[in-house]
Design a protein around this ligand. Sequence first.
Ligand SMILES: NC(=O)c1ccc[n+]([C@@H]2O[C@H](COP(=O)([O-])OP(=O)(O)OC[C@H]3O[C@@H](n4cnc5c(N)ncnc54)[C@H](OP(=O)(O)O)[C@@H]3O)[C@@H](O)[C@H]2O)c1
Length: 334
Amino acid sequence: MNPIDPQLVPQKSLPNGDHMPAIGLGTFGSDRYSAEEVAEAVYQAIHAGYRHIDCASVYGNEREIGATLRRVFADGIRREELWITSKVWNNRHGDADASARQSLSDLGLDYLDLYLIHWPFPNHHEKGVDVGSRDPHAVPFHHESYMATWRQLESLVRDGAVRHIGTSNMTIPKLQGLLGEAEIRPAANEMELHPHFQQPELLNYVVAEGIIPIGYSPFGSPSRPERDRTPDDTADLEDPVLLTVAERHSLTPAAVSIKWAVQRGQVPIPFSVKSHQFLDSLAAVTSPPLSDEEMGAIATIDRNCRLIKGQVFLWPTAQGWEDLWDLDGTIAGS
Ligand SMILES: NC(=O)c1ccc[n+]([C@@H]2O[C@H](COP(=O)([O-])OP(=O)(O)OC[C@H]3O[C@@H](n4cnc5c(N)ncnc54)[C@H](OP(=O)(O)O)[C@@H]3O)[C@@H](O)[C@H]2O)c1
């Protein structure tokens, strides 16, 4: 498959005139792919036409991706052509400024396009822990502590280290608290979004607030770590409706998921180290759109199947993973 002209990729406009490409490449190797493999995929993907890369310090590969970016710049691609996101991990909420500057140093950049608070909880877990393990120091969401971290992100914008700031894994009540006090509003909210987990209420809220929804795990994260699997999980890419639409368009079900996401208004950030896969995803955003009827059919296959439940972030007295997601509209434990 040939590279895609980045100018053909739809863009999301931001109030200051910046543009976010409407598809990005994920970089979390799911404990399966090495930092070097992911960094090489970023190199190939940028040459295939990707201009938006979703990074995070906790993915453990920002230094390797930094080496890739240096190669890309040496090849003639300019910094301002790229949209680079990074995120502050849970154990650095009190230290977000230093964490952002570490990501900048590792990535070899002098600014980030977007910096997110990765999770709203300051609860860290060791790599590879069992989902049943509980960190005795883990705490529920605490609005004032979250705002203290947000203030550090606002300072990063004022310093020019970061162009935009945003949230991830948030809920409506938590966002309402933030929006009530933010001096700089979140530009984007990163959230799990795929055909079997469409989160219409949160998506509509975010869009109504002028916040760009970035959708992670757009294929239902088929290679996610064992700790993120439960017996009730469904497999999006095997859904008969997706398969039928894919066949009609001579596309893969993955490409249909990407088309659906972009047409719905969210920015998918698929992960892959395989060039045929990441090219398939990028090409999907430039081919003729799905019909209203096809979009409607995909809207009916929502299974409310959250895959990234976040069990490892639970505090000792929490009842279950549902406590992280404020399902009854109130913030649990705070
Ligand atoms: N903010 C957050 O808390 C958060 C949480 C999770 C993820 N993310 C971000 O979102 C990104 C994507 O999420 P994800 O990796 O969980 O899920 P995903 O993108 O839904 O799934 C990635 C996997 O799907 C398969 N795949 C990729 N392209 C394909 C294609 N065209 N056709 C068929 N299969 C394809 C690959 O499996 P094989 O490798 O087995 O071929 C790949 O490893 C992450 O890399 C990360 O950047 C953010």
